[in-house]
Ligand binder design. Structure first.
Ligand code: AMP
Ligand code: MG
Length: 401
């Protein structure tokens, strides 16, 4: 049995990184991985802009406010700039976001001046060079914006849109094919014969894949025979996936053909983890390039190993720079049970208190319990050697969202 960190080290060393980039329209770029930072076509802001509602003038005209005042000769709105000239010792009514025309370099907030007819005055000296957002103050034209190998969020899309871009260069998404194995599995919604169960992975894993920069080619199902497995995998390979993910059939039962198939057709890298849940996790390569992840059949085990190993692997394949998952520290609200010997990721629930996070492990930890997985909001990361723990122990956990 190999440990989780060693499994990840092996796995990440085996996986290729993407070579081919493509231009992706902004409205399809959310969650994609940037291959190269685009250059801003123009400065942002593109012109000096008012940061307050008030009056725009030249700083050198401010002393006038204490004597004759400044005549207001026009108005500038956001999107409707003042088109005329601005003679010396005059000012403009201006609103937030409007272009500040030269020679103005100051916006006086309306609260700081008194309006008398078509003039403004002030009763105290006011400072100039204020409340103007300079052109290029966010970034100048031609600046590379964003970072290569970064997964794009709404915040990045806002940045690119502001810069005037309509498409950006992203890495091609790895193509993923999913396989559920098992004679007992019925499609979700289909009537169940005695001894059958509904296939949970067929929704669990596509749902988890949604959060990743990958393309799901489809979900397949095969029965527990070498013929069924071979036939289905051949069909799946026709879809030209970069990654195959299967569930079930990787234990050492009589109906488990996946590992022998992978060992014969490709290379089996490892297949037993010192992990709970998820001991029979299998990883190998087909044709030296296609990554094959054989996840355990129990849905909780497949989901946990997916999160711990497959998701980071897919992110690496998608070109994303590696960032370790968020880990938080908290205290156990109740005692918990654990046998030493495997690293355990227990389904748990954390709450935020005045004294930090409190974490409760669910008393039922069996790896077929989807109700517990659905209720959990974190996984408690319990080291291999650790045994039962009393309430109050400081623990590490991984939030699930
Ligand atoms: P296996 O690894 O194929 O021996 O499966 C282990 C356990 O997980 C068995 O009880 C299976 O019935 C169950 N199982 C396998 N695949 C699924 C699935 N897709 N959805 C729900 N349970 C499953
Ligand atoms: Mg099975």
């Amino acid at each position: 049995m190999i440990e989780l960190d060693d499994a990840w080290a092996q796995l990440s060393a085996e996986l290729w990184r993407p070579q081919d980039a493509e231009s992706v329209p902004l409205d399809a770029a959310l969650g994609r991985v940037l291959s190269a930072p685009p250059k801003a076509p123009h400065a942002v802001p593109p012109f000096p802009a008012a940061a307050m509602d008030g009056y725009a003038c030249a700083a050198s005209d401010l002393p006038q406010l204490l004597t004759t005042g400044l005549p207001v000769i026009g108005t500038a709105f956001a999107g409707t700039p003042w088109q005329g000239d601005l003679p010396p010792r005059t000012c403009l009514r201006i609103f937030t976001g409007a272009a500040v025309p030269p020679p103005c370099n100051t916006v006086l907030p309306q609260e700081e001046v008194q309006r008398e007819g078509d003039r403004i005055r002030a009763s105290a000296r006011l400072e100039g060079h204020r409340y103007v957002r300079p052109a290029g103050g966010d970034f100048p034209a031609e600046t590379p914006i964003g970072q290569a190998n970064q997964r794009l969020t709404a915040r990045h899309l806002g940045l690119f849109a502001a810069a005037g871009l309509s498409a950006v260069a992203c890495w091609r998404r790895p193509r993923v094919a999913l396989l559920s194995t098992g004679d007992e599995l019925a499609a979700p919604g289909a009537p169940l014969a005695w001894g059958q169960i509904h296939d949970a992975s067929r929704f669990l894993l596509p749902g988890a894949l949604e959060a990743l920069p990958v393309e799901l080619l489809g979900t397949w199902h095969c029965g527990d025979s070498m013929e069924s497995l071979e036939h289905t995998l051949a069909t799946m390979l026709e879809a030209e996936p970069d990654v195959l993910i299967s569930t079930g059939g990787v234990s050492v039962g009589d109906a488990d053909y996946l590992r022998p198939w992978l060992a014969a057709r490709g290379t089996l890298r490892f297949h037993r983890l010192a992990l709970k849940p998820g001991r029979p996790f299998t990883f190998g390569l087909l044709n030296e390039r296609l990554a094959f992840f054989g996840l355990p059949g129990n849905p909780v085990s497949s989901y946990v190993t997916f999160l711990l190993l497959v998701a980071p692997a897919l992110r690496q394949l998608a070109g994303e720079c590696a960032t370790p998952p968020l880990r938080l520290r908290g205290r156990l609200a109740e005692p918990l049970k654990k046998a030493p010997g495997r690293r355990d990721f227990q389904r748990a629930y954390f709450t935020t208190t005045e004294n930090g996070f409190l974490v409760s492990s669910f008393p039922e930890q069996d790896s077929h319990l989807l109700s517990v997985l659905a209720e959990a909001n974190c996984l408690l990361d319990l080291p291999l050697a650790c045994g039962d723990l009393p309430a109050g122990t400081e623990v590490t956990f991984l939030p699930l969202s």
